[in-house]
Design a protein around this ligand. Sequence first.
Ligand SMILES: NC(=O)c1ccc[n+]([C@@H]2O[C@H](COP(=O)([O-])OP(=O)(O)OC[C@H]3O[C@@H](n4cnc5c(N)ncnc54)[C@H](OP(=O)(O)O)[C@@H]3O)[C@@H](O)[C@H]2O)c1
Length: 334
Amino acid sequence: MKAVQTETTGSLENLRLVDLPEPQAGPGEALIRVEASAVNFMDLMRVKGLPFDVPTPLPFVPGAEVAGTVVALGEGVEGLEVGARVFGASGQIFNGGWAELTTARAAGLTPIPAGMTVEQSAALTVVGASAAIALIEAARTAAGETVFVPAAAGGFGGYALQIAKALGATVIAGASTPQKRQAALDLGADHAVDYRAPGWTEEIAQLTGGTGVDVVLEGLGPKHLGESLSILAPFGRAVIYGVLPGYGAIADVDALTALVNDPSQAQSVAGFNVTHWLTRRRQAALGAVGRLLGWIADGTVTGPRTTSLPLTEAAWALSLLERGENIGKTVLIP
Ligand SMILES: NC(=O)c1ccc[n+]([C@@H]2O[C@H](COP(=O)([O-])OP(=O)(O)OC[C@H]3O[C@@H](n4cnc5c(N)ncnc54)[C@H](OP(=O)(O)O)[C@@H]3O)[C@@H](O)[C@H]2O)c1
């Protein structure tokens, strides 16, 4: 079967389209004929050899999630039939999706929802589930609150803004170009600002009548965190879900000090990792994902738009993500 593989980490140029033996479904697994597989930031981090919380053994076939048809079942699988069209996380360690065939933990697979294309389903698990758990469980977003969503024209952000709307919140989207801000408004954001431009926090103050936002998602990293904390209203919650190149290094200590020194504001800052929620707070996490699937079923949430590329364009797709030039999700079609 055809697959995209890298034998060494460090550069997108190491990705090759290769012929590999067909994988077999082990105990508890399904073998899936892949129809689409999403391109996620975690693929980029692993191909580049950046620090990531799951090991990346070499040679490595990226592709953390897929949608496709079940063609075989491993020992002990119940409640899933050959021929079912499903989506979910691929491999044992979010790997192997950029291929014609892949294995997946059967228990983690879900039927493709009515009204969703195979491409949308292929890009639902990693960013959709994460955004739902982050907003519903980590941030405890309530109806009537205001939520700030960064990189709102991207994958995580596109889902986050629609989920926040579904929860009854007012959404201020952050995106770096006019085209991306329009994409965020098209997805349902109430306002869109350039959250990487100087003075953007004043724009938030104006939009919120000086109060600030109840929930701020932080997806750039420590260097942006200070500005994000400065737009937080009393009782506001900041949830840090990502660190992008250029925004790491030292956290804005002044902003944290201000937050700690004035406990009367009752604000809080939480870290977020979807894998930890799905393993250590599984019931709560699955409850949030269930609500997302309900909103998808009734059309409240559509997810970010998807762009399809052939497997041969895997390196190009990752380079778009690396340069921050993607709008919505890219999916690879074998
Ligand atoms: N914590 C978790 O469990 C979890 C789960 C899933 C994803 N994530 C994280 O969520 C983030 C978004 O993932 P995604 O796949 O949905 O990507 P994405 O949001 O579709 O793309 C990243 C966006 O970030 C912005 N950006 C700002 N600085 C950037 C830089 N230096 N390099 C690249 N992009 C930059 C760009 O939007 P603008 O131009 O509008 O700024 C870009 O479009 C990643 O950090 C990922 O690791 C975390």
